[in-house]
Design a protein around this ligand. Structure first.
Ligand code: ATP
Length: 372
């Protein structure tokens, strides 16, 4: 007699789900970087941190919403941040939208409110993400777990060439799975906050409890757990921004993990450790840039500069931390300021005299760099 054998396909089909298996990895480097971030934070002055805080938040909001292509305008996000945090930043226009306000509110809630996570709070994030009750043109269940009778599939590609990456657990099982998830998130367990944030991100994605927005909420949960761990000021780093720049890898690791029915999540953990390290390094680099810029601005505050010189300096500062390629050349200065060659040379010499720029090279190879 032939017996049919069902081959398990998805990680949650293992009866021990969610008892994930992973080896302890070395975390010293990561703790060291978090420590550096903490140290810099304590030396930051108020104006430095205001500018930096807005920069980090803008990148975070744009990145997390752009992972699946739901793009928000940088100016709307900046405006929402300015409004919600009362930062008093200079703005070209005030054009925050319901969507940008909502996203910034969720990010701030994850970072600054370490109250327990419960269904109500998760559902309020979900409602905030979909204020119109629609995802694109599709109507979705908002502020409540999904109730679909059909499979919840994660697919890519056009409908003719659709690829199914993952099928999440059935809707009828979501309430119990989420109850267990929330209990685990809120309890004080042995596991450290770094591992816990990585596992929480994955665990939530695997349950995929909502009709849509699961990626954004999973990344918010990851930030929430890390912020709760108080490893460093959560306002000063953003894991979501780093995921955005590595989203191809992110999807690949998720694909590999969601089909690993042995519950082994080592690949996910290793990938995330690298990601966190890079993310903190990039925050450290950004903080240094902001400090450099702010110090430079205070250095030139009382100098006599014409509008052309200010414009050229701003252009050079905007390109930090990467160098202004090849330094400032006379020709470049002429392009930026629309000045004649004689005026450009006179302006640049004046900047050298005031110790704002330094001259290098000779004749046609002459270029100028900022003196910090
Ligand atoms: N193979 C996979 N297994 C589990 N989760 C996955 C897999 N591939 C992608 N994901 C996650 O599912 C998310 C997409 O789910 P959903 O559309 O509900 O969320 P979303 O927040 O609308 O997505 P996003 O803003 O990222 O669009 C992705 O962002 C990613 O986090």
């Amino acid at each position: 007699m032939k017996t049919s054998h069902y081959e398990k396909k998805w990680i949650w089909e293992n009866k021990n789900f969610p008892n994930f298996i992973y080896d302890k990895q070395p975390l010293e480097e990561l703790f060291y970087k978090f420590g550096n971030l903490n140290m810099i934070d304590s030396f930051m002055n108020h104006s430095n941190s205001k500018e930096f805080l807005s920069e980090i938040l803008i990148n975070e909001a744009i990145s997390t919403s752009a992972i699946e292509g739901e793009l928000l305008q940088r100016s709307s996000i900046r405006s929402s941040i300015n409004k919600l945090l009362k930062l008093d930043l200079e703005e070209d226009s005030y054009d925050s939208t319901i969507q940008s306000d909502a996203l910034v509110q969720i990010i701030l809630d994850t970072k600054n409110n370490d109250a327990k996570l419960d269904k109500k709070r998760l559902c309020s994030w979900h409602k905030a993400l979909f204020p119109t009750g629609q995802s694109g043109l599709k109507e979705i269940i908002v502020g409540e777990y999904r109730k679909d009778l059909e499979d919840m599939q994660i697919v890519s590609g056009s409908w003719e060439k659709e690829k199914v990456h993952y099928i999440a657990p059935k809707a009828k099982d979501i309430p119990k799975l989420m109850e267990d998830f929330l209990k685990w998130i809120n309890e004080e367990n042995e596991i450290n906050y770094i591992y816990k944030s990585m596992i929480a991100h994955l665990y939530f994605l695997l349950i995929h409890p909502f009709d849509d927005g699961n990626g954004r909420i999973a990344r918010a949960i990851c930030d929430y757990v890390l912020a709760k761990g108080k490893l460093a000021n959560a306002d000063f780093y953003s894991i979501s921004s780093s995921i955005h720049s590595k989203r191809k890898e992110y999807y690949q690791v998720l694909d590999n993990t969601c089909t690993n029915t042995s519950l082994d999540i080592n690949e996910w953990i290793r990938w995330n450790i690298k990601l966190y390290e890079e993310s903190i390094s990039s925050s450290l680099e950004k903080i240094n840039t902001v400090k450099l810029k702010t110090n430079f601005y205070s250095k030139i505050q009382n100098k006599k500069l014409n509008d052309r010189q200010k414009k050229a300096i701003q252009k050079m500062l905007a390109l930090l931390p990467e160098d202004f390629e090849g330094g400032m050349k006379v020709k470049k200065y002429m392009n930026i300021t629309k000045a004649t060659r004689v005026t450009a040379n006179r302006d640049l010499s004046n900047l050298v005299e005031q110790n704002i720029m330094e001259k290098h090279g000779l004749a046609r190879a002459t270029f100028y760099t900022l003196v910090f």
